[in-house]
Every structure is written in C-alpha cells, then in structure tokens.
Design a protein around this ligand. Structure first.
Ligand code: ASP
Length: 449
C-alpha cells in the first residue's frame, strides 16, 4: 500500500500537536506554573523561525500571484463582481450567525456571574485582572488598543465610520510596494485585484505578464510543499510554548466556564452551522471536506495565525479539497484577512462575560451594539495571534457608550482573560480558517456555474 505525502504529513502534525501539549504541560508542572521566559522563548524561537517565518516569507508573493492569476482566470468583470458580491455576503452572514450564537450561549450560561445574583465574579479576580493588564499590555499594543477604544467611544456610528475609513484606506494604498514590505495583505489583495482585471482587458499583450505570475504562483506553491514538511516540528514548538505558559489546570480554574462557553460556541459553529451551510449551498459532504482541509486547520490551531496558515489553506483546498482555482485563489486570501467567524464569536462572548464579571447588566440595545461592533471588530482584526483581543476594545467602548451612565467597564478588565487567551486564540483561528475554506468551496460552485 502506498502511503501518500499528505497522510504522512497530517499524522506528523497531529503528533507534533499532541507531543507539544504533553511537553508543555510537563514544563508547566516542572516549573510550578512559572516557566521562565528564556525557556518559552527557545521554543518560540524554533517555531517562529523555522515555520511561521518561512510561511510569512512566501505570503506576500503568494497572495499577489494568487489573486492576479485567480482574477485573470475569471476574466469577465461582471462574473468577478458577482463572485465578489456573494463572497462578501457569505463572510458577513456567517460572522453575524457566529456572533448571535456566542451572545445566546454567554447570556444563557452567564459564566461571569457564578452566584447567579448579578454580583459578578469576585473583587479579587477583577483587581488581579486589572493589574495584569497594566503589567502586560504595554508599548505599541497599548497604543493600538487605545486607538481602537477611541473608535468605540464614538458609539456604533463612530465605530462604523472609523472601520469604513480604515478598510477603504487599506484598499486604496498609495504605495503597494510599501504595504507589501510591511506584510499588510489587504492593500496587496486590492492592488492585485485591479492589476488582474486590467490584465484581462489587454488580451494578447497581457499574456506574458500573466504567464510570469502563473509561474510565480507555481514556484511559491513548490516552496509551500517544502515548508509543510517542517509543520510537525513547527506546531510542536509552538504548542509547547503555549501550553507551558497556561497549563492544563487553567481549564479547571475560575475561568473554566468562560473558556467552555467560547469553546462550545466555536465547536457548534464549526461542526454544525458551517457544515450545514456547506451542504445546503455547496452540495458537498462537509465532514469529508473538513478532513481534506485538516493540515490547514491544524496549522491554524498550532500557529494561531490565519495569515500564516493561508499558504497551507490554498494548497489543501486546491490539491485535496477539489476547490476550483478561481475560487481558492481569490476567496481564500480575502477570507484570511476579513472573514473571521471564530474571532467574531469570541469577541461577543468575551465582552458579555466581562460585563457580567463587573455586575453590569446589559439590555437588548447593548446586545445589538455587540452584534454589530463584534462583527466589525473581527473584520478589522489582522490574521495574527491575539489580534482579536486588541480589536475587542472597540466593542467594550461601544457598549460603554450605549450604557451612558456612570457604571462602565474599565478597559483594564481585559486583563482577566489575558492569561487564557492563547489557547482560545488557537481554537478561534482554526474556526476562522475553516470558515474561509467553506466559503471557497461554496464559491467554487458560483465560479463553475
Ligand atoms: N489569531 C486570529 C487569526 O489569525 C485572530 C484573532 O486573534 O482572533 O485568525
């Protein structure tokens, strides 16, 4: 029996994740929960350098070539417009479903109100959380959070307007080369999109350049094939570092119920909602497709970065998942930057949880504010680790703005959930990538019709 490359690789990645969990837990207990940074950094060094950096190295040329070739193969701008329209509709519809699911679960279970009397989670946990925020959130991260918070403070209208401006600015980059150098994907995507459309109008004269991008795409995918062999080692190092920092015991601590709600929401969304959407609109067996996308899903889990996972997603979708090239090359890059179902769900759950912790009741209007701003915040989150935690402050401040009164949630409350964020980030990133993959499969039907 011939065992395929993909089978070996997938088994290797599973082994890497499991072994990482075991070694991480071992380190955690060996150091009594205080694993020195030097030890964690060694694992992070290997995982980042020999896996994440390699994936990021190919990311910008891959996205550019992928979108240009994808758009050019679609050809007709009207067809592209239709595909774009359906894609964006799919992204928003699934993100809103995810947020609604999160809100329903967190308000029903009320993990932030353990006594069930609206008094919150206990002053000690709250002040510890606030101290953690002051200690851990510093420098540029703090600045980014303050900037997002300011947008939220302007209310839903203000947050919408600021997000619109941010996205539009990125979509019309004044210097696409600079954006590429900074690794910003949205400007690269929109520039490639315009270039691809223009190329199709040139006919014969556009062929040579198109052939260059086709060749660039092929060679980058060859590199991705090679890089994937490092995935088992990469996810092992990254999982070790993540678990060594948190320890499995956290799963049973005071935040257990909160983590469970996030986890349950993500599982329901990934295993029931999205498969249902896929079987209805994509006429595909969703679980077989999930199996075909397994390397991408595990890479997302291991790296907590949708952007870094993108090369693997494109590889799996085209090689194993039977996704049309037109769809994979256009829908996946766009999805990795704007479609984040897991993040949207997480932000909604986290924000309601924090308000519960402080005993601040939320009404229907506040919940509606959460649905709108959590979707926006997820769109604005970059596909990198803990991006969701940063953009979440938009939601907090928009709710504070809606409450109006003097009982508002301090931003520092975010410190309460900081310690357990990485593990939830791994789970929500896998959901994000799965949402993109489902979208690409559905849009395959639109492109081949
Ligand atoms: N890490 C997530 C991603 O890359 C974003 C987030 O923090 O929620 O998709």
């Amino acid at each position: 029996m011939k065992i395929s490359r993909h089978t070996v690789l997938s088994a290797g990645i599973v082994a890497g994740l499991i072994l990482g969990g075991i070694v991480g837990e071992f380190l955690f207990s060996k150091h009594g929960g205080e694993v020195p940074d030097a030890v964690l950094n060694n694992y992070k060094f290997f995982g980042d350098t020999f896996f994440i950096n390699l994936l990021k190295m190919v990311l910008v040329p891959l996205v550019a070539a992928s979108v240009i070739v994808g758009v050019a193969s679609i050809g007709d701008p009207a067809h592209l417009g239709r595909l774009g329209g359906w894609t964006v509709l799919y992204y928003f519809a699934t993100m809103v479903i995810a947020v609604l699911l999160g809100v329903a679960l967190v308000t029903t279970v009320a993990p932030g109100d353990p006594h069930g009397d609206g008094s919150g989670i206990g002053a000690e946990i709250r002040s510890q959380g606030e101290a953690t925020y002051d200690e851990k959130i510093k420098g540029s991260k703090r600045e980014r959070m303050e900037e997002k918070a300011a947008a939220g403070r302007r209310g839903v209208g203000g947050a919408l307007w600021t997000s619109f401006q941010n996205i539009t600015k990125q979509m019309i980059p004044k210097n696409p080369i600079q954006s590429a150098a900074e690794g910003a994907l949205l400007p690269v995507i929109s520039f490639s999109l315009i270039l691809g459309i223009a190329l199709t109008t040139l006919g014969e004269r556009g062929r040579p350049l198109l052939a260059v991008f086709e060749s660039l795409f092929a060679v980058i995918m060859k590199l991705v094939d090679w890089i994937l062999w490092l995935a088992p080692f990469g996810v092992f190092c990254l999982a070790t570092a993540s678990i060594a920092k948190i320890g499995v015991a956290q799963l049973f601590g005071p935040l257990a119920k909160y983590m469970l709600v996030v986890f349950l929401g993500l599982v329901i969304h990934a295993v029931i909602v999205l498969p249902l959407v896929l079987s209805i609109f994509g006429r595909t067996n969703p679980y077989r497709y999930m199996h075909q996308m397994r390397q991408a899903l595990m890479t997302a889990f291991g790296t907590a970065s949708s952007s870094a996972t993108l090369p693997v997603s494109i590889d799996n979708a085209e090689e194993l998942g039977g996704v049309s090239r037109k769809s994979a090359r256009f829908v996946l890059p766009l999805g990795a930057t704007i479609n984040m179902d897991g993040t949207a769900l997480y932000e909604a759950v986290a924000v309601v949880f924090l308000f519960q912790c402080y005993g601040i009741p939320l009404g229907g209007i506040e919940l509606a504010v959460i649905v709108i701003t959590a979707t926006l915040a997820a769109v604005g989150a970059a596909g990198i680790p803990s991006a969701g935690l940063v953009t979440m402050v938009i939601v907090i401040e928009a709710v504070n703005n809606s409450l109006g009164g003097d009982k508002t949630l301090p931003l520092a409350a975010v410190g309460i959930i900081l310690g357990v964020d990485r593990i939830l980030d791994m789970c929500r990133t896998a959901t994000n990538v799965w949402g993109d993959a489902v979208g690409a499969k559905i849009m395959s039907r639109v492109t081949t019709r």
